[in-house]
Design a protein around this ligand. Sequence first.
Ligand code: AQP
Length: 321
Amino acid sequence: MIRLSAITPSGHVQLGNYLGAVRRWAAEGTDEDVYFISDLHAMTSSHNASRLRSLTREQLAVLIAAGVDPRSVAVQSDLVRELGALTWVLECTCTYGEAARMIQFKEKSEGRSSVRLSLLTYPVLMAADILLQGANEVPVGDDQLQHVELARVLARRFNGTYGEVFTVPRAVVPPTAARVRDLADPTRKMAKSAQDAAGTVFVLDPPDLVRRKIQRAVTDDRAEVRYAPDEQPGVANLLEILAACTGKDPKELAGTVQGYAELKEVTAEAVIEELRPVREGTRRLLDDPAELDRARAHGAERSRDRCAHRLDAALRVSGLG
Ligand code: AQP
C-alpha cells in the first residue's frame, strides 16, 4: 500500500503543518509511502527563486528531523522531467472545463487580473504526482478532495482509452487531524504564508519567540477557561494545541488551568518542548549540507526508480516514442 502526501514550500513550516501532518507522517508512515516537498506547486503564484530553493531545503530537513523515513521523502522537482512528461499526457486527457471548475482555482484566482496558467493546470500535475508513484491512498484535507477526484477521473479515463497503466487512487481524510488556528485571528487557520507572522508559530522559531507569540495570542474577555470552539475560538485553539502536544483531551485540560495567563504559559512550554528536537535536528541537518544532499539524492532516485516503468508504459500506450 502506497500513501502519498505533500507539503508545499510556500513559506516556513508552521506548527499546524507539523501537528496536523508531518508528525503523523513520522509516526504512521512506512518506507513504501511518498512524501513530496512540492516545490513545483509553489511556483503557481509569484515566487522568488532563491527563497524557493532555500525553503525546499529547509522543509526537507524538517521532515527528516521530525522522523519521517528519509527513504520516503523526495523533492518534487527532482522528478521534473518525469512529471513534466506525464503532466502533458494527462493534460491531453483532461478537459479545460474539468480544470476550470476546481474550487481552489476559482478562489485563488478571484479578483486577480493576472493569474499564472499553472494555477489552472496544477491539479493535473498533482494527478501526475499521484499516478506516477502508483499511490493507492492520498490523505488530504477537505480542500483537496476535489483534486484527488480529478486524479481518479484521469486515471480511469486514461486506462479506459489506452490500456491499464495507472492505479486508481483513493482519497482518505485522516480522522483526527489537528486543525491549528492563527493565534492572532483564530477564525483563520494557521498558514505558512500568512501576511502577519505574529499569529503563526514556525517550527524553527527560537523558544523565546514561541513564548512571546503564544503570550500575545488573542483570547476573549470572558476570563473563563472552557473548551467552547464556537464561543471562545482563541481559548479553544490554545487548548487544542496543548492537547495535541500532550496527548490529552482539550475539554479535560480546560479544568486543569486557572486562567488565561496560566493556559498560555503551559501551552507555550508544551509547544517549545514538542518542537525542540525537530528544531535542533533541522539545524544540525542544515549545517551538514553533505548529509542533506545525500538524503535528497537517495529519495529522488528511489521515487524515480519506482515510476520509470509506469511512465514508459503511459508514453508508449498513448502513442509516443
Ligand atoms: N493550520 C493547520 N492545521 C493543521 N494542519 C495543517 N496543514 C496546513 N495548515 C494546517 C497541513 O499541512 C500539510 C501541508 O500543507 P501544504 O503545504 O500542502 O498546504 P497548506 O495546507 O496550504 O499549508 P499552509 O501552511 O496553509 O500553506 P499556505 O500558507 O501556503 O497555504 C497538509 O496536510 C495540510 O493539511
